[in-house]
Design a protein around this ligand. Structure first.
Ligand code: PLP
Length: 458
């Protein structure tokens, strides 16, 4: 076995070893092995280089997580200093440590005042696992142990573990390994595909009222919470109509159903607010965090709880029968602190709101509004989606839209840009540090990939 730290190996050599040992995420392994995985070896700002020396502009911040881009010495130094001082300790045995305390102080200084507590995890999936147990525990403490059911949305994504994938609404994921009991789903607010003749505002209300119907069908005394992404990421970067979130919030309050926002993608500045629920103007009871918390440099997630939930758990909850070995890991916490401080010091959230975000959104509209293949452009801040369409006036979607978008993604790689396909949509979410010329490159290369896709269809 050769060691890549001491000497670079050939791409083919890496690919063979990769194929011999890995089950990759969300693809057919055999098909991947036939072509070989791209071997990424280095990153700087928004740039990645593969083992052949080819550069890609990463329009996806990895997986929506590298808010600060690649190659940040400040994050590396924060990790190295913490490794030297206290590389590991836990929050069992009546113990705690400064990095996790200081991270929480910083986190709650960013959050609205009605949140007070956090349970740290190592990923978004784990956070949503913890969410289910915590919400059920809360209702037990409140004397309502039958309030157990979580309602999610079809095509929502909340992670890949058993309970998190059950909360999500990806049916093809449910088929692998099954689901858990006491989870239900309602329709996603995807106006372009499902709105028919309704205006977006009417459709938003109709989708939200499905939540009320579902609560009434199941019984409000059995429904614990509703979970959704403020904008739906993996399921197509769907931005709900403006009428949607206020109505969802009204319904949750009316039936005392906890409103659980999955901020794993939307958190940490993505929309130009610190958290995406602030962009949409609603007040969740819980926030699921991960990804941008550490810019993805080390794994870390967390479940943020409102004071109402935290007070009940702390004052009347007794034993909280949960704990993770790496919860609040000191190195992850140190990196998260450095990450949040850099986002603050570089004023990246206002920059996304007032400059880079509007710039990206206007570039996309300039280039794609009249494009025959693009029926809708959605987005806010540094997150956007292009909807492929066969007919712009009737909003007809291609029967093979998944394949088309996948093809466009592949052409993007050829053009040197990483954009992601999901359903019939191309999505992008560049790092928050992106400057104007990087955004121009992102849009230019995306345009080349979309044009080539259009030419291939003929
Ligand atoms: N929630 C949302 C909204 C996500 O997009 C993701 C991952 O993409 C997750 C949860 C799961 O996070 P992780 O992959 O860190 O488990």
């Amino acid at each position: 076995m050769q060691n890549s730290i001491n000497g670079q190996r050939s791409t083919q050599d890496y690919q063979q070893a990769d194929a011999a040992h890995h089950i990759h995420a969300f693809l057919d392994q055999k098909a991947l092995n036939a072509e070989g995985a791209r071997v990424i070896v280095r990153g700087d700002r928004l740039n990645l280089w593969d083992n052949e020396g080819k550069r890609y502009l990463d329009g996806m911040s990895g997986l929506w997580c590298t808010q600060l881009g690649y190659g940040r010495a400040d994050l590396a130094q924060a990790a190295a200093a913490q490794f030297a001082k206290l590389p590991y300790y836990n929050m069992f045995f009546h113990t705690t440590h400064p990095p996790v305390i200081e991270l929480s102080e910083l986190l709650f200084s960013l959050l609205p005042a009605h949140y007070s507590h956090v349970i740290y995890t190592n990923s978004g999936s784990e956070t949503n696992e913890v969410l289910i147990r915590t919400v059920r525990k809360f209702w037990q403490v409140e004397g309502k142990p039958d309030k157990k059911i979580m309602i999610g949305r079809w095509n929502g994504y909340h992670g890949s573990t058993l309970a998190a994938s059950a909360l999500g609404g990806m049916k093809f994921m449910h088929e692998m390994g099954g689901v858990i009991p006491d989870v239900a789903h309602i329709e996603e607010p995807y106006w372009y595909a499902k709105g028919g003749d309704l205006s977006p505002a009417e459709f938003g209300l109709q989708c939200a009222r499905q939540l009320e119907d579902k609560i009434l069908e199941l019984g409000a005394d059995r429904v614990a919470g509703f979970i959704a992404e403020p904008f739906q990421g993996a399921g197509g970067m769907i931005f709900p109509p403006e009428s949607y979130w206020p109505e969802i919030q009204r319904i949750c309050r009316k039936y005392d159903v906890l409103l659980c926002a999955d901020e794993v993608i939307g958190g940490f500045g993505r929309t130009g607010e610190w958290f995406a629920h602030q962009h949409f103007g609603f007040e969740p009871d819980t926030l699921s965090l991960a990804k941008g918390l550490t810019s993805g440099y080390v794994p870390m997630g967390g479940l943020v709880l409102s004071k109402r939930i935290a007070n009940a758990l702390v004052e009347r909850g007794g034993l909280f029968a949960h704990g993770l070995t790496y919860s609040g890991h000191p190195v992850a916490a140190a990196v998260a602190i450095a990450n949040i401080q850099a986002i603050q010091n570089e004023a990246l959230v206002p920059q996304v709101k007032n400059d880079s975000g509007p710039y990206l959104q206007s570039l996309l509209r300039e280039v794609f509004s009249q494009h025959p293949l693009v029926g809708e452009i959605q987005g806010a801040g540094l997150v956007a989606a292009l909807q492929f369409t066969e007919d712009k006036t009737t909003r007809k979607r291609f029967a093979n839209e998944n394949e088309l978008a996948w093809r466009c993604r592949t052409l993007g790689f050829e053009e040197g840009v990483i954009i992601r396909s999901t359903l019939g949509r191309m999505i992008m979410a560049p790092a928050l540090i992106a400057n104007r010329s990087e955004l121009e490159e992102l849009v230019e290369k995306t345009q080349k990939a979309v044009d080539r896709t259009a030419r291939e269809i003929g």
